[in-house]
Design a binder for this molecule. Structure first.
Ligand code: ACM
Length: 270
């Protein structure tokens, strides 16, 4: 058994230390083996320009990275959390995986959403999985809008993910249809950590951009059934016990196997 937590809260835009303090408080006493937090959870979401994102983005020495690395070692947990990453003069909408042995991996969001395209570079890390160093469990990472591209979850599942961690800042409700499908079609657990609250920014033409994030963070089992789900608008830490090895036999009857039955020679995906 592996304990898996998702964290839902309302980050305050541009207020990194406050957000780190909120996360620390929400996780006090948490004993999960894997913890998933929302996209851009230490900065907030609604950047309007590359420069705005660059001003708060972090390279390897950044405060969010240091905080999550410390927490992962202290709690012996694998922590997946979205943050704004800086590499030279480029910014990425990234998710880190901080490991209990002090290791760190960074995934850069592949499929940018809406105005993110004005502020971040398209991710170039590719999809990858991370093995929990203390447990038999492999975690794949995708970020929010990656859900709309089934190739994201499929790539992670084919690599051997038992769990897909999906830090999110979801503003529609359509993901409630797509996200469980990603679990079912790949026979993996899917952990969606969404944020709640709203952000209002004034655009260049003086109009207001108001984004409301719809919470509802959820952990799906490998048939796409919710094991735990948060409300729309409240801080929540939800924890479930999962059995990663149950995801590894991809057969669903005596004749069918999700992966062995694939027919790549019949597909046209380019
Ligand atoms: C999203 O990708 N933040 C919807």
């Amino acid at each position: 058994m592996v304990k898996l937590s998702i964290v839902q809260f309302t980050p305050s835009f541009g207020n990194k230390q406050h957000n780190i303090d909120q996360i620390e408080e929400l996780l006090s006493g948490n004993q999960a083996d894997i913890i998933v937090l929302p996209e851009l959870c230490t900065t907030g979401y609604s950047f309007l320009t590359k420069q705005e994102a660059l001003d708060v983005a972090e390279d390897a020495g950044g405060e969010s990275i240091a905080f999550f690395k410390r927490l992962a070692v202290k709690r012996k947990a694998l922590i997946v959390a979205g943050f704004a990453e800086k590499d030279g003069d480029k910014t990425y909408n990234s998710a880190l995986a901080a490991l209990p042995d002090g290791g760190l991996r960074v995934y850069r969001k592949t499929h940018l959403f809406f105005r993110e395209k004005l502020c971040f570079e398209p991710g170039n890390s590719g999809f990858f999985i991370v093995d929990h160093p203390l447990l038999d469990c492999s975690v794949g990472i995708m970020v929010c809008n990656d859900w709309r591209y089934p190739e994201s979850a499929r790539s992670l599942a084919l690599m051997g993910a038992d769990v897909i961690a999906c830090p999110s800042n979801l503003v529609s409700t359509l993901w409630g249809i797509g996200m469980p499908a990603r679990a079912l079609e790949n026979k993996v657990y899917v952990a969606v950590a969404n944020r709640c609250g709203a952000e209002t920014r004034t655009l260049e033409d003086g109009s207001l951009q108001n984004l409301t994030f719809n919470g509802g963070s959820v952990i799906y089992d490998f048939n796409g059934t919710p094991l735990a789900q948060a409300g729309k608008d409240e801080n929540s830490v939800l924890t479930v016990e999962i059995t990663p090895k149950l995801t590894r036999d991809k057969s669903f009857n005596a004749f069918n196997d999700l992966f062995k039955d694939r027919r790549p020679d019949q597909y046209s995906l380019e």
